[in-house]
Ligand binder design. Structure first.
Ligand code: B12
Ligand code: SF4
Length: 494
């Protein structure tokens, strides 16, 4: 029997924008799948560092008490600072425990992470099958030799790094067990900042009903590989009904990369929810593919209780759309945003700034596209070229030439691949928010959206002002001071 501790990591050095916290679906799937495949063999414990942050001393005491044999650590790339900080603490406390790292960081950076001697195994990409096979291998089951576990990177007995290619054999999504929600308390996530920008105080749960995306944009993660696979409408509604009955959840935050690729599936899900008489609310904060929607599909989404939907426009420049391989039909997405807004779905746009060779004119076009649309809200993200993406490979030189090579900030332009430099980009970035939010048209749209009553509108406006003015200036000062005096920014604990 293995005693397994699963940890959802957090960012160590953070600005307020990195505090969003939603239930850690990835690790909950891992535990559910392993439990099903190895019944009675393991005991799982789950710690979400974003909810229950511990100091290094508290971690040492906790680990010595719990004595896990396997520690599964789930992290995004942006959270690597906390990986670097915590893993030596873990190894010191429990030198014999096996440390496995998975999630977006592992998928992006792969075997390179084994440069850190504290990490024993790296699992790239989709985790259910390789993680369960790894548990078998650690138990000594010879049917699962380490070098045959797809997507696993590890050191062999001689210390050589073995990097197994990812699997072509993926989990059957309809056969996946429901995520192991018994390992967390869903109440812990109520009232916190979350991916859905309009805060509610309702109990909610995430849904991930499809994996993979056929579009292959050059900046995108490829955690689930390009091929699109989806749960059937029945399996999706079964999970929704299970969450209502077992946990009293009626609001669902959908994280799919491209929930609406199969229009018929969307309509079937909506019809099935209606048929079963379920009371449901949905938000799509990770975005839908906005140009392949149509009125009928949007009405089906509205019927099933959709209150919020993000549209990933990224750029209003057709040239850059091609470079990114996103190829959004800008006319169509604008029309669909308007239909959604008219249906009283709170629409949010994702725009990127600082894209390859992006000119001042192209930046203005993007700002104008968003401002003149019926979007209720928008994020203008400075581009972050994540390791492992085509964008990062193609523009490696540009990334290095703007100072030390490290992950740029998602909210504050520190680097730029575009034709304008970081300083100008930063000014345009602030201007984009001002022009977008502080105009009577936007205020009218938000006020009449039916979703955001006045109090929310005011808090949204304060949030944006604080972000552009206070946080940006404060963060810049702190970052400069950090460089000069070499101290860390706001460690929350320890
Ligand atoms: C929901 C979500 C969030 C939530 C929280 C996610 C969470 N619970 O951890 C919030 C809103 C907080 C968030 C924030 C951000 N996010 Co986000 N987010 C997502 C999203 C949409 C869904 C995540 C999810 O639940 N997926 C479903 C589950 C099933 O997949 P999974 O978590 O990846 O887990 C699977 C595998 O990765 C693996 N696995 C995961 N953990 C482990 C652990 C072990 C031990 C093993 C073996 C395997 C394993 O197995 C799992 C099952 O197959 C993804 C996009 C996506 N398609 O996944 C982006 C994504 C994870 N986010 C991303 C980014 C960049 C961010 C932000 C930086 C963006 C921003 N604008 O602020 C912030 C950073 C937050 C921070 N901590 O500072 C990137 C990460 C890229 C990277 N290389 O790190 C992604 C991939 C999207 C993208 N743009 O490419 N995000
Ligand atoms: S459409 Fe979205 S999910 Fe699909 S490859 Fe492009 S960015 Fe990724």
């Amino acid at each position: 029997m293995a005693n397994i501790l699963l940890i959802k990591n957090r960012k160590r050095e953070y600005t307020d924008h990195y505090l969003a916290t939603s239930p850690p679906l990835g690790v909950l799937y891992l535990a559910a799948y392993a439990r099903e495949q190895r019944p009675g063999k393991d005991v799982f414990t789950m710690v979400d560092e974003r909810v229950y942050a511990k100091t290094s001393r508290e971690w040492e005491a906790y680990l010595k008490d719990l004595q896990p044999e396997v520690i599964g650590f789930s992290s995004m790339s942006i959270e690597q600072d906390q990986v670097d900080y915590l893993l030596p603490v873990f190894k010191r406390a429990l030198p014999r425990a096996k440390i496995v790292i998975g999630g977006p960081l592992a998928s992006s950076s792969g075997a390179r992470l084994l440069d850190d001697a504290n990490i024993d195994y790296v699992v790239k990409g989709e985790g259910e099958i390789p993680f369960t096979q790894l548990l078998e291998a650690l138990d000594g089951n010879e049917d699962y030799p380490f070098d045959q576990i797809a997507g696993l990177a590890f050191r062999d007995d001689s210390g050589k790094i073995i990097d197994n290619p990812p699997s072509k054999n993926r989990a059957d999504l309809d056969a996946l067990p429901y995520p192991a929600y018994d390992l967390i308390n869903l109440q812990d996530y109520v009232g916190r900042d979350r991916m859905t920008p309009v805060r509610t105080t309702q109990l909610y749960a995430p849904l991930f009903t499809s994996r993979g995306c056929p579009y292959h944009c050059i900046y995108c993660h490829d955690i689930f590989s390009g091929k699109f696979r989806a749960m059937s409408a029945m399996r999706v509604v079964d999970e929704i009904e299970h969450m209502i009955n077992a946990y009293g959840v009626h609001e669902f935050e959908v994280y799919d990369d491209i929930f609406n690729l199969d229009k018929q599936r969307v309509k079937d899900i909506s019809a099935e929810i209606k048929k079963r008489g379920l009371e449901t609310y949905f938000t799509f904060p990770n975005g839908v593919r906005g140009d392949i929607l149509d009125r009928e599909t949007l009405e089906a989404l509205k019927d099933m209780g959709t209150v919020h939907m993000a549209f990933a426009v990224e750029t209003a420049s057709p040239r850059i759309q091609k470079v990114l391989r996103k190829n959004i039909n800008l006319k169509k997405i604008r029309e669909n945003i308007a239909i959604a807004a008219d249906l009283k779905i709170f629409t949010w746009g994702f725009l990127m700034m600082g894209l390859p060779k992006e000119s001042r004119w192209e930046l203005w076009k993007t700002i104008w596209f968003a401002t003149s649309s019926k979007l209720h809200g928008a994020y203008f993200f400075p581009v972050v070229p994540f390791e492992g993406t085509e964008l990062a490979q193609k523009y490696e030189e540009a990334i290095e030439s703007h100072g030390e090579k490290r992950l740029w900030d998602y909210f504050l332009p520190e680097g730029a691949l575009g034709a304008v430099g970081p300083r100008e980009l930063s000014i345009m970035h602030s201007l984009a928010y001002f022009i977008f939010f502080f105009n009577p048209w936007r205020v009218y749209l938000i006020y009449t959206s039916g979703v955001a009553p006045f109090r929310r509108l005011v808090s949204l406006a304060f949030g944006i002002v604080r972000y552009i003015v206070a946080d940006k200036i404060l963060y810049t000062i702190k970052a400069k001071a950090r460089k000069i005096f070499k101290f860390r920014i706001t460690p929350r604990t320890a």
